[in-house]
Design a protein around this ligand. Structure first.
Ligand SMILES: [Fe+2]
Ligand SMILES: [Fe+2]
Length: 281
């Protein structure tokens, strides 16, 4: 008789437990002398990252609400502590991105109409339309997006072409995104481990972020009539590689046995955060 083998379980390797999140680091960054084209000296590069900054305050508020909703369902004290660490970090990210966004306004950009639209879209159209489980799954997927972008930001040297205040904001934010990358995912595993929920959350947040980001960039570029020189050669050369790496990483989220800790990028975050912790100690 031929022995029948069960298919390998996606959870055959034990998954790591929650990683503790350190106390918040209050950065208090100043964007006083930020030039309009602070990234590669280029209006498009700057608008692409500024657009992301416009999405963060409401986006991160949405993430906190989505995770907090399930607080009563989580019994593991380590995961509960990690959830509190997650709220603290995301709240501080909002604060610093507000400061950066205020600097864009001082440069002459009108942001209020976009912010009103984005808040309404997030909290009046998206939030009521989906179940708490799908909102949590969307948050877990968004955290994978931010951790993926964070790894690029901390490893490929692109931020060497940014104004120092924006480079500091983005590197700090990136490093903390890696620190808390698994929190929402672990909460989702605890309350709704179905693969289907994870995939729907991924699809929802991909569509919402792509749409919101595109509108934000368009809103900014419509207000910047300055000449758009060709992208620097180095950026042009690097872009396809970065896009391929990000796309593969994002797609990996759809692998049934995926867990954020399978992407080993914590050393990058630790190295950068050690330099901040020395400064703020
Ligand atoms: Fe964040
Ligand atoms: Fe995050």
């Amino acid at each position: 008789m031929v022995a029948r083998h069960a298919p390998p379980s996606p959870h055959a390797t034990p998954l790591p437990g929650p990683v503790s999140i350190p106390p918040v680091r209050a950065m208090g960054l100043s964007f006083e002398d930020l030039p309009r084209h602070w990234f590669f000296g280029h209006p498009v590069h700057s608008a692409v990252v500024n657009g992301l900054s416009l999405l963060f305050p409401a986006g991160e508020r949405f993430f906190i609400r989505s995770v907090k909703h399930f607080e009563d369902r989580i019994g593991d004290p380590a995961l509960r502590a990690a959830m509190r660490g997650f709220y603290g970090q995301e709240a501080h990210h909002q604060k610093e991105h507000h400061a950066a966004n205020a600097a864009f306004e001082r440069q002459g950009f009108e942001l209020a109409s976009f912010m009103r639209w984005w808040e309404r879209f997030a909290f009046e159209e998206i939030e009521p339309r989906f179940s708490p489980e799908i909102r949590l799954a969307a948050t877990a997927a968004a955290e994978h997006f931010t951790a993926t972008l964070a790894e690029v930001a901390l490893s490929d040297g692109t931020l060497d072409h940014a104004h120092p205040a924006m480079a500091a904001l983005l590197r700090w934010h990136a490093a903390e995104e890696i620190e808390h990358k698994a929190v929402a995912f672990d909460v989702l595993r605890a309350v709704d481990p179905r693969y289907r929920t994870r995939v729907i959350g991924f699809l929802v947040v991909s569509a919402v972020l792509a749409y919101g980001w595109a509108r934000a960039v368009r809103h900014l570029l419509a207000q910047d009539a300055s000449a758009r020189p060709p992208l620097p050669t180095e950026a042009r050369r690097r872009l396809p590689r970065v896009i391929k790496k990000v796309a593969l990483r994002l797609a990996d989220y759809l692998r049934p046995g995926f867990h954020p800790e399978q992407h080993d990028n914590r050393a990058l975050a630790r190295a950068y955060l050690a330099s901040i912790d020395r400064l703020t100690a």
